[in-house]
Design a protein around this ligand. Sequence first.
Ligand code: AHG
Ligand code: MN
Ligand code: MN
Length: 336
Amino acid sequence: MGSRKVVTLNEFIIQSQKGFPFATGELSGLLLDICLAAKIVNREVNKAGLVDILGLTGDANVHGEDVKKLDVFAHEVFIDALSKSGACGGIASEESEGFISVNDAGKYVVCIDPLDGSSNIDVNVSIGTIFSILRRKTENGPCEMKDFLQKGCEQVAAGYVIYGSSTMLVYTTGVRVNGFTLDPSIGEFCLSHRDIKMPKQGKIYSINECYRSKFPSWVNDFVDYCKEDDPSTGRPFSSRYIGSMVADFHRNLIKGGVFMYPDMTTHPNGKLRVLYECNPMSFIIEIAGGQSLNHEGKRILDIQPKKLHQRTPVFMGSLELMDTMKTFTSQMVDAK
Ligand code: AHG
Ligand code: MN
Ligand code: MN
């Protein structure tokens, strides 16, 4: 066997920065700080079944949902790492109602879901972290709301960490999507998935079908299409829904498919949050060759957010499968 050079995430980030002669290294430093925090969260996630950290804190987060201890832990680890990073001016986290200003001179702000899929923590199912990095609008002084309320297309970097059968970090700075797998024996994320491209056609659909009676009828029609027997188009497709967006998204990104969290009669804006769930994933999926739209066919990345914790219906997936999906609703096809 020939020898193979392992490229660590740290090496990769430093190497990539060399391609930008005017780069100050601040974004690289910020990514490395996120990477370190992810390793700390990973350590705790791995022993979640062993230690007393598991279970409810008894509090509810700003959305009225139960907060598990690991959510709070992950939030604190990321806040701590980002506060020490000179590049980060402020943070918007799912676990905090308002944004947190950390460094008046920081050039960037970070929007983060510190632990995604928290209902899966206590049953040993994959969970994740999702992050979005924006250049701040205000020049210095404490961050302001407008630093965070930017369209997704303005992101300078976005990524996620999946704490699964392996722990992986996948991120993009807008050119390519690369994936790094944590080698626990050396404690380093190593380049394992270079230049990820999403298959154009996919045979997996991911949706929580228990809400069928609340979905728009076109969504149910499309799901029925996915289930139909038609060997010429590879149907029926497979249904896969973990309930951790990071895990569902990651599988579909690699294998091809569509992830949907639609509007519902009870929740007209769906469930998932624009700034730290939908925007980063939409940035990644578009760079990888897929599409991400809201219920009106508008690019998620073109939504102008008005609130920190704003939600949006989201449909994201393989290019051609999304095109097929759009034929089920005139609302999407006609959208500009
Ligand atoms: P979080 O744990 O950060 O609140 O996010 C959970 C999200 C997302 O990960 C998942 O896709 C979705 O909630 C599942 O919701 P349903 O149980 O309604 O399907
Ligand atoms: Mn989440
Ligand atoms: Mn969360």
